[in-house]
Design a protein around this ligand. Structure first.
Ligand code: 9MR
Ligand code: 9MR
Ligand code: ZN
Length: 544
């Protein structure tokens, strides 16, 4: 591949050397900047991309043995390169890196792209967006959502149009919607004023509503339709089996509500209570609707205290089955924070005490405890148990410290260390939630730098030397498992989507569209990417 590249570029062969692995989107001035190099070297320089002028010279450190890829890696540290520009790393005896930027706004466009990807995921409406001269669009889809056959309603329809498709498939799952909206609203609570300055496209959001909340509202509007008359939330709206590779508007297979689950219902409570807070300044009537919905779902759960899995007989699509202890904790935290009512606080605190570990380093749709703990910890309401607050705070700091230690021990500075599983790139992005939050309660430079290392890992400081986000950085995925482009050679890859990542081994990622275990995209992985980038958009971070 390198040879071909050199042949095709006759004069200055500027092809990126695959051994030099760095953040191919770029770095922020005033922050650490490192590359991992899978080749022995001593000297390196940073050169201007346009004319090759040397702006920095440095020496290698290392090697360190990186266990999960079985490589000896050397590190080039060019943290001192703070002057804005476009550069490459030139490593003596090895080659040149892909170009990268140093700039204060380096993550602004990626942030917008990741939020725009959520727009393009919309169901039930035509979408159309033009980026870099290419238009991505689909017509109104799944306008019949959904049938009540499996929830005792006979062959009748009830409106469940709207929302986001889940991933590379077009189904809509409440548990996964919950964690996605939860992370996006956590970003709003922590980085709202930066997000407001990011220049997002409002896509027809109501007048006066911030574009970002307009993006979230597309999903909360749908979630409201997922609540049954008794207060519970249906677990999903789905075809019975995963459909073929069609455009969304061409998928005409019937889609059904499935029975409720307590995890979905608790997640519904949590995000509706969060939405009530977020929307209050802009739309009081909507905020009230969200809060009423959250309360009735909570009351339903109180009357049904067992962890109740959805009955998914007849469905082979995404299951998202999970025990509800963490979801119920999150629900109580958000309702308490929104209302200040003692019954929610008491519920939260007794649940929180029952968790020996207050935070989990690795978390996601199946474990949302962290979101509840963070809301409690950041609360400015009176009445919290000081002992518990201290335990939660200490738990967060200890977890963030572990992430820093794992980052330090990893050759590609991956804060999740050597854990690889389905969607682990989303897990890497999720570490930024804990790191940025720890930095709020116990400010430490290493937390912020480790969050940036998570971003760098996803943008190319990894075994592949490639960005894991479509359309961004160097050599990004071209063939995600994503039905709008699946099995359609020649179509342009839709931008702004984080792919799941390699597992069971670090080296198992393949950029192949049939390979859904490693190369699918999903809303719950884009949400923490959005969170990660939100913290570094719009200049000076809010959260510092
Ligand atoms: O396309 C489906 C993807 O969205 C899911 O994440 C994945 C989960 O198991 O399943 C994919 O569908 C595959 C199905 O499970 C088996 N037959 C091939 C399907 C992919 O084309
Ligand atoms: O993200 C989910 C992952 O944790 C599970 O291991 C996997 C298999 O059950 O499913 C993943 O979620 C998929 C969902 O089931 C269907 N839509 C696509 C999701 C991402 O692959
Ligand atoms: Zn659709």
């Amino acid at each position: 591949m390198l040879a071909a590249c050199v042949l095709l570029v006759p004069r200055r062969a500027l092809c990126a050397d695959p051994a030099i692995r760095l953040n191919t989107v770029g770095y922020l001035p005033g922050h650490e900047k490192r590359a991992s190099v899978a080749a022995r070297f001593t000297d390196f320089s940073v050169v201007a991309d346009k004319d090759g002028a040397v702006v920095f010279r440095g020496k290698a450190t290392g090697p360190v043995h990186n266990a999960d890829t079985d490589e000896d890696l050397y590190v080039a540290d060019f943290s001192a390169c703070d002057r804005p520009g476009v550069y490459r790393l030139e490593v003596a005896g090895v080659g040149r890196s892909a170009p990268f930027r140093v700039a204060r706004d380096v993550y602004d466009a990626p942030f917008r792209a990741a939020v725009e990807a959520m727009y393009l995921w919309r169901c039930g409406t035509p979408v159309r967006a033009t980026t870099g001269g290419v238009t991505y669009s689909h017509a109104a889809c799944h306008t019949e959502d959904a049938w009540l056959d499996f929830v005792g309603g006979g062959h009748a329809r009830r409106d469940a149009t709207g929302g986001w498709h889940d991933a590379g498939d077009y189904n809509k799952y409440v548990v996964n919607a919950g964690v996605t909206v939860g992370i996006m609203l956590r970003a709003w609570e922590q980085f709202g004023s930066q997000i407001q300055r990011a220049g997002l496209d409002p896509h027809g959001a109501e007048r006066g509503l911030p574009a970002y909340l307009g993006a979230v509202k597309w999903e909360t509007d749908w979630l409201l339709k997922m609540q049954a008359a008794d207060g519970s939330a249906y677990h999903k709206v789905s075809t019975r089996d995963f459909g073929p590779a069609l455009q969304p508007e061409d998928e005409k297979t019937p889609r059904y509500f499935t029975p409720w689950s307590s995890a979905a219902t608790a997640d519904f409570v949590a995000v509706m209570a969060m939405a009530a807070r977020a929307f209050t300044p802009y739309d009081r009537a909507y905020a009230r609707r969200c809060l009423d919905a959250a309360r009735s779902a909570y009351d339903f759960l109180r009357a049904h205290s067992d962890s109740h899995r959805a009955d998914l007989k007849g469905f082979t699509t995404g299951a998202y089955q999970t025990g509800d202890a963490d979801d119920r904790l999150w629900a109580a935290a958000e309702l308490w924070e929104t209302t200040g009512e003692a019954r929610y606080l008491a519920d939260f605190e007794s649940r929180a005490r029952s968790f020996a570990e207050k935070f989990d380093l690795d978390w996601g749709w199946g474990d949302v405890k962290n979101l509840g703990m963070l809301t409690y910890l950041f609360s400015e309401r009176a009445g919290r148990d000081a002992v518990l607050v201290r335990q939660v705070r200490d738990g967060l700091v200890a977890t963030a410290d572990r992430l820093v230690t794992l980052r330090d021990a990893h050759g590609y500075a991956r804060p999740l260390g050597t854990k690889y599983y389905w969607g682990c790139n989303g897990g890497v992005a999720n570490t930024t939630v804990l790191l940025q939050s720890a930095n709020l309660v116990a400010p430490k430079r290493a937390y912020v730098e480790t969050a940036l290392d998570a971003v760098s890992h996803l943008f190319g400081r990894n075994y592949y030397g490639r960005s894991f986000v479509t359309g961004l950085g160097a050599s990004p995925p071209l063939h995600p498992h994503f039905r709008p482009t699946l099995r359609q050679p020649g179509t342009r890859t839709w931008p702004g989507y984080l792919v799941g990542g390699g597992w069971p081994r670090a080296t198992d990622w393949r950029d192949e569209d049939e390979n859904y275990r490693v190369n699918e995209v999903a809303i719950n992985w884009n949400a923490p990417l959005i969170y990660a980038l939100a913290g570094f958009t719009g200049g000076t971070p809010d959260a510092r």
